[in-house]
Structures are given as structure tokens and as C-alpha cells.
Design a protein around this ligand. Structure first.
Ligand code: SDX
Length: 378
């Protein structure tokens, strides 16, 4: 075995062999199981794409019907989980609430039978079904309301928006939201997926795997950036202020949220699709000045940082979509998590099918043979 040099952030170091998804960062290509993201966004649904990611093939009509049916059946959450969530402080971030509730699922479904396909199926269905219900329940309860029960006559995305707003969404909104979930479902060895694989490799239960991945997704350098983008656009406030704002940020060596990517050196293909979705929403429901600010910022960043390969990533336009749908800003990252559960589950399954515990090494930079100094002499 050849020893590699240390690379901060493990840049360029393969952490797994995987057939779940593929990114070509120079050409701006993303594929799930070999199928281009543009095609899936146009023709598939989030649940069909989840099936593809997790089981590696597109389902037949019967297989998809059965999968959707099982997920509908498992959407409800235990009243004890609801009661536990009622005790969470309403000022707490919904990502923390989600991480705690995802972990709590492990208390109720504690049997661990990782190599039994029926167990895998059950865990996949439960997690895809219950995570949206938990996100919506926390949103209602922190406002002092009882959670809304899921509706079996609604599809996956329409039901989530219904539980969140206590109102059935119009079909265009539900479809656009579903496409957003498809776009966020998977993205090779990003930080939260790596986290899920490390946790999975200890052969713990899938609920602990999801909880660790949710915790990792929340940070502002990862999924949490979609919230920061909206605060940034609000702070900029006008198209005229874009360039002065950018110059000031760059002078202070601050990061521009929603831009840059470890792998993409061109515009993230998901950002292009999301930008089209924002435009569709605005055509139907009215324009938003923050879109103009975002477009101007994209132009200005390209001029200043394009040569460094810094372009919009997935988090740049997603917030504008959710904002137009009236979704509170601090739910943007939990919504990212609802989608990414599909990718995390695909990697959990792949990891345990050919498992070896993650145990990398380190470059030690500390002392040797140091002397213990008694406390009174320090
Ligand atoms: C996601 O990995 C995935 O696949 C993630 C994701 C997924 O689907 O799972 O795509 C989702 O997490 C999207 C990223 C969301 N984060 C942000 O938008 C936060 C802002 N972006 C950055 O902080 C940064 O670009 C990262 C975290 C996304 C990538 O970090 P890297 O690869 O460690 O890059 P870096 O910070 O070392 O930057 C390299 C250079 C630096 O300049 P130099 O010191 O070499 O001169 O690029 C500059 C950076 O200063 N740079 C930026 C910048 N991003 C990088 N400068 C200004 N603004 C930025 N956003």
C-alpha cells in the first residue's frame, strides 16, 4: 500500500467505491445511477428517483405503486415522538429538532437485522415516510398548534406542503417542490453522505446513520448555506448594492454564500434547473425583487471569481423557490434533509453490503515523552 500525503478536507481522496451517483465537475454533469439529473427532474418523481437511488434500477409500475403505497401507510408518527417534540424549545433550530427526532426513531424500531432485505425495506420506507411528517409537526408545534395528520389521498410532496401549511397546495407548487426534492436527493461523497457512511460502517442502526447525516448537513458550509443565501440577499437589499456588497465581502475575505464547490468548477447543473423553476414560479405567482438581486450577484461573482471556478451551487437558487412558496427560512435545510435521506439510504445500503469499518489514520503533530507536571507546580 502506498501512503498518500495529508490533504485537508480529504480533497481528491476516494473514500468509497460507489455506483449511486456521478459528478463531472469540469463539465457540470450530475447523474443518478447513470441517468442525467436534467432528465430525472423533467420526467421522474422524487419517490421514483429514491427507488432508483436505493435499489439501483428504475421500478416497474407495480413496484413503484407498492413502494408509494407502503410510504403512505407509514407517514404517521408515534404520539410519543410528537410528545417528545412538543418539549423541544420553540426557539430551537428545526435541524436540531430533526436530528433528535430521527435518532428517536431508533428507540421505537430498535431491532437490528442489517442483512435482511425485509429489514432494509422497512427502514427505507419508515425514514422516507416519517421524516417529512416530523419536519412539518415541529413547524406547527413551535407555533403552538397541534400537528396535522398526513393525508393518504395526496402524493408525497403535496402531502408535505399540506401538513406544513394546513392547506392543499396547487398542483404547480407541488410539482415544483417535488422536482426540488429530486435535485437534492443525492450528490456523491459530500460531507453528510461521508458522515452517513462512516456511521453505517460501525453497523449501527439506520436511524443513527440518518441522525449523524442530518447533523452534518446543517452547517453553513454545506446544506445550511441555503438559509444564509436569503439573509445575504435581504442584506444586499437592491440591485444597485450588489457590487459594493461583493467588493466589501471579498475585501474581508468572506465567503459568498451559495457559491463555490469542491467538485464543480462551472455552474452546478442543479442551480440551472432551480433557476428555471424560480422563473416558472414567478410567472405564475408574481415576481420577487430578490431574484433580480440574485441574478446580478451571479453576474458580478462570475466577473470577479469565475477564473477561480466559483459559480452558483445548489443552495443559491433553492431558497428563492421555497421563499416564494411561503416556507420559513429555517425550514430550507430540513427540506434539503428530507430529500437527501434518499441518497443517505442508498449509501447506507451500499456500505453495509460490502462493509469495512472506516478507520483512517492521522498525521500526528503533538509531543512525545512529555512529563506529567503535578498540579501545584503548574
Ligand atoms: C453543498 O460537496 C457537495 O456535493 C455538497 C452539496 C451537496 O449536494 O451535497 O453540493 C451541497 O454543500 C453546496 C455548498 C454550500 N456551501 C456554500 O455555498 C458556502 C460557500 N461556499 C464555500 O465556503 C466553499 O466554496 C465550499 C465549502 C462549498 C467548498 O469549499 P472548498 O472546496 O474547501 O474550497 P475553499 O473554501 O478551500 O475555497 C477555495 C478557494 C479559496 O480561495 P484561495 O484561498 O484559494 O484564493 O476559492 C475561494 C476560497 O476563498 N472560494 C470562495 C468561495 N468558495 C470558495 N470565495 C468566495 N466565496 C465563495 N463562496
Amino acid at each position: 500500500m502506498t501512503l498518500c500525503e495529508y490533504r485537508p478536507g480529504l480533497e481528491g481522496i476516494p473514500a468509497a467505491q460507489s455506483s449511486v451517483s456521478y459528478v463531472d465537475g469540469q463539465r457540470g454533469i450530475l447523474e443518478y445511477r447513470g441517468i442525467r439529473i436534467e432528465e430525472l427532474a423533467e420526467k421522474s418523481t422524487f419517490l421514483e428517483t429514491s427507488y432508483l437511488l436505493i435499489w439501483g434500477v428504475l421500478p416497474t409500475k407495480e413496484e413503484l405503486d407498492a413502494f408509494e403505497h407502503e410510504i403512505r401507510y407509514h407517514r404517521r408518527i408515534k404520539y410519543r415522538i410528537r410528545d417528545m417534540m412538543k418539549c423541544f424549545p420553540e426557539s430551537g433550530h428545526p435541524m436540531d429538532a430533526l436530528q433528535a427526532s430521527a435518532a428517536a426513531l431508533g428507540l421505537f424500531y430498535s431491532r437490528r437485522d442489517l442483512h435482511n432485505p425485509a429489514y432494509t425495506r422497512e427502514a427505507v420506507v419508515r425514514l422516507l415516510a416519517k421524516i417529512p411528517t416530523m419536519v412539518a409537526a415541529f413547524q406547527l408545534m413551535r407555533k403552538g398548534n397541534d400537528p396535522v395528520q398526513p393525508r393518504d389521498d395526496l402524493g408525497y410532496s403535496a402531502n408535505f406542503l399540506y401538513m406544513l401549511n394546513e392547506q392543499e397546495p396547487d398542483p404547480l407548487t407541488a410539482r415544483i417542490f417535488d422536482i426540488c426534492l429530486t435535485l437534492h436527493a443525492e450528490h456523491t461523497m459530500n460531507a453528510s453522505t461521508f458522515s452517513s457512511r462512516v456511521t453505517a460502517s460501525t453497523l449501527t442502526d439506520p436511524y443513527a446513520v440518518m441522525a449523524s447525516a442530518v447533523g452534518t448537513l446543517g452547517g453553513p458550509l454545506h446544506g445550511g448555506a441555503n438559509e444564509e443565501v436569503i439573509s445575504m440577499l435581504e442584506e444586499i437589499g437592491s440591485v444597485e448594492n450588489v457590487r459594493p456588497f461583493l467588493d466589501d465581502r471579498l475585501e474581508h475575505k468572506a465567503k459568498i454564500m451559495g457559491f463555490g464547490h469542491r467538485v464543480y468548477k462551472v455552474k452546478d447543473p442543479r442551480a440551472t434547473i432551480l433557476q428555471n423553476l424560480v422563473q416558472q414560479l414567478f410567472e405564475s405567482f408574481g415576481h420577487d425583487k430578490y431574484y433580480d438581486i440574485a441574478v446580478e450577484l451571479e453576474k458580478a461573482v462570475e466577473e470577479k471569481l469565475g477564473q477561480k471556478g466559483i459559480y452558483p451551487n445548489v443552495d443559491f437558487y433553492s431558497g428563492l423557490v421555497y421563499r416564494k412558496m411561503g416556507i420559513p427560512i429555517d425550514l430550507f435545510t430540513p427540506i434539503f434533509a428530507i430529500a437527501r435521506v434518499a441518497g443517505w439510504l442508498a449509501h447506507w445500503k451500499e456500505q453495509i453490503e460490502e462493509n469495512r469499518i472506516y478507520r483512517p489514520t492521522q498525521v500526528y503533530t503533538g509531543l512525545h515523552e512529555a512529563t506529567y507536571i503535578p498540579i501545584e507546580q503548574r
